[in-house]
Write a protein that binds this ligand. Sequence first.
Ligand SMILES: [Zn+2]
Length: 387
Amino acid sequence: MGSYHGGIRRTWAARLAAAVLVAAAPILSWADSPRTVQVELTCGAEVFRGRVLAHNAQEVWLELASGRLKQVAAGDVASFRKTDEPFRPISAAELASQLREELGSAFEVRITGRSVVAARQGTARTYAALIDETARAFEHYTSVRGLSAARDFPLAAVVFPNRESFAHAAKADGVTVSSTLRGYYHPVSNRVLLFEETAETAQGMNGADRHQLFAMSAQGTISGSLHDTIVHEATHQLAFNAGLHHRIGPTPTWVAEGLATLFEVDAVRESGPQVTRARRVHAARLAAYRDGRRRAPKATLHDFIARDDMFQTMPVEAYGEAWALSFYLSETRGREYVAYLRAVARRPPLEKYTAEQRLSDFHTVSGPDLRQFEAGYRRFIDGLGGS
Ligand SMILES: [Zn+2]
């Protein structure tokens, strides 16, 4: 995510005027106020209303009622005020009419619980039910681990009929669609975008050439099926909306992908006492983890936590390692794991997250001796069976 927003930030910085520092100061105090406070920023002819998500001397990030994020250069803010009305997130019904207007009659829009899905006529209900089921499983998972998650916004997903229309919409999000991308969650739009498969695109899938386009947006499903992609991307959307990741903060790739891959397993979403640990194991991710150990036996957990490099050099194996580490934490210290995710999410969102800080934060869940923790972790994963 860093490279994605970094360029924008430098541009704003260059336009910084001294007066801005004065103008931005009161917003600072509002940012810490209850999440119900709404502010109104006037920038030239434009007026934006929303909740302050982050800001510094150069930029202000607002969460709009629609769930979309809006970045405003602090230097462009001519005036601002706190509105009389509190911040009110869009309702599912309002979001549905917005999607109908945007997409036209070729799509139908269906609501199930918090899930609002636009898709080809006759298909939206099934997808909405799957996302709603994932949402309920996610909420159960976090609540039993001591987190009462925020759930302000409805969960928007658009399933395009084919790759071409998906690629066209992705372009508007600034996302370039590679031949292997199946869908993504975009933290700025707060939407999941997907497309229905054709035999041709399904054939093109193979494990070795999957790459992440930018953090948190990647495909990364093992089967490549639309069902698995929906669950994976919906989990990203849920985690960002629940505050387990910050929507503009520098979330380590393994943290976001590890959580999403945990939920790919049906048994994890079912939970309940009848579900054994063996059923929660993700066989394909475990196999990818083991391939990674074979290919790079000297790779250390220290490096994996400090940097995202492995997602570039060995992406499939990196997803495997992210799953394995998240599975170990989730299975052996669930409350600490969720607390760690929250701690990462609470980092100052517009500051760099250095390797040292990443390691230091991880100590809250690993204890001070990372080598000892790693030995226990590798032993646990080796003991999961399979080959
Ligand atoms: Zn992902």
